[in-house]
Design a protein around this ligand. Structure first.
Ligand SMILES: [Zn+2]
Length: 293
């Protein structure tokens, strides 16, 4: 399917969906228009596929014994995600686990609907799982005062740092990277295409963002936590990075290039996690400098 006909099919899909009934789990949460931009799905490497939108990353892993999905994007992009999964030839009903990076609605808003439609269990850190079950950010989240609520995720379960979610040939390991939210998790796994095996990292946001008078200067514990997560990201075995917001790591440019048939695969970049960490460190320092002046 071309990008154009994919977008047209999505428009039809959402028009017919909204005309038929009001689904509380896919009711739109207003945000950034870029987050809802249609994006045709594409293979990133081996068993790993991009099924996100133009502004929000989601990845599907084909374990040969069921599917693992990472992140849920927005309630209003669920139809788009499910269409992407089907377009790749997979079944939404075959998703066994949905992993989450953070309990902010732009990455968790679609989880409840996706879990309902697939029957999958949702897995993240214990702090993140508690926030998902409430449908709102953790009380200690730097953005707790402003971030929108989202449909609660009843079947969200917490796992330990370093624990792996195993399914068929896939083993996806939780790397806790708190700071942007107290429960943030990055995910890593080995993906093979023939003999070419690479370390994939799906990175949580490491952006220092706050609201409601929260300052990082007044919370040295949160600042230290975020710094440690940035250091951890920098040191991860990492050949292929997907950041939750693609444009935070040049992912938007890489997706366009990959779609245009670029070789070698623009996502294969062993310096990508280091660059992502460096960018986050710069943002944190800029914020601390602003808070001081
Ligand atoms: Zn966030």
């Amino acid at each position: 399917m071309t990008i154009l006909s994919f977008a047209a099919a999505l428009a039809l899909l959402s028009a017919s969906g909204s005309a038929l009934h009001d689904d509380p789990l896919t009711r739109p949460i207003p945000g950034n228009a870029d987050w809802e931009k249609p994006q045709a799905p594409l293979k990133l490497h081996g068993d790993t596929y991009f099924v996100g939108t133009g502004g929000l990353s989601m990845v599907l892993i084909d374990s040969s014994d069921g599917l693992i999905l990472i992140d849920g994007a927005l309630p209003q992009t669920v139809a788009m995600t499910e269409a992407s999964i089907r377009q790749l030839g997979f079944r939404v009903e075959d998703i066994r686990y949905i992993l989450n990076t953070e309990a902010h609605y732009d990455h968790s808003g679609g989880l409840a609907a996706l879990a309902r439609d697939s029957g999958a269990e949702v897995i993240t850190s214990p702090i993140g799982a508690a926030a998902l079950r409430m449908g709102q950010a953790d009380a200690h989240d730097p953005q707790a005062s402003s971030v929108a609520a989202h449909p609660p995720v009843a079947n969200a379960r917490g796992i330990d740092d370093g624990e792996s979610v195993r399914l068929g040939s896939a083993a996806v390991t939780a790397v806790f990277t708190p700071g942007h939210t107290p429960g943030s998790v990055s995910w890593t796994w080995k993906s093979c295409e023939g003999d070419a095996c690479v370390n994939v990292v799906f990175a949580s946001s490491l952006n220092a963002v706050a609201s409601g008078g929260f300052t990082y200067r007044a919370h040295p514990d949160v600042t230290a936590t975020l710094r440690a997560s940035i250091d951890r990201m920098e040191a991860l075995p990492c050949d292929l990075l997907i950041s939750v917001h693609p444009d935070n790591s040049g992912g938007d440019v890489k997706i366009a290039a990959l779609q245009a048939g670029a070789t070698p695969n623009p996502f294969l970049d062993p310096s990508a996690c280091r660059a992502y960490a460096e960018r986050a460190r710069g943002r944190l320092q800029a914020r601390l400098d602003r808070e001081a002046s």
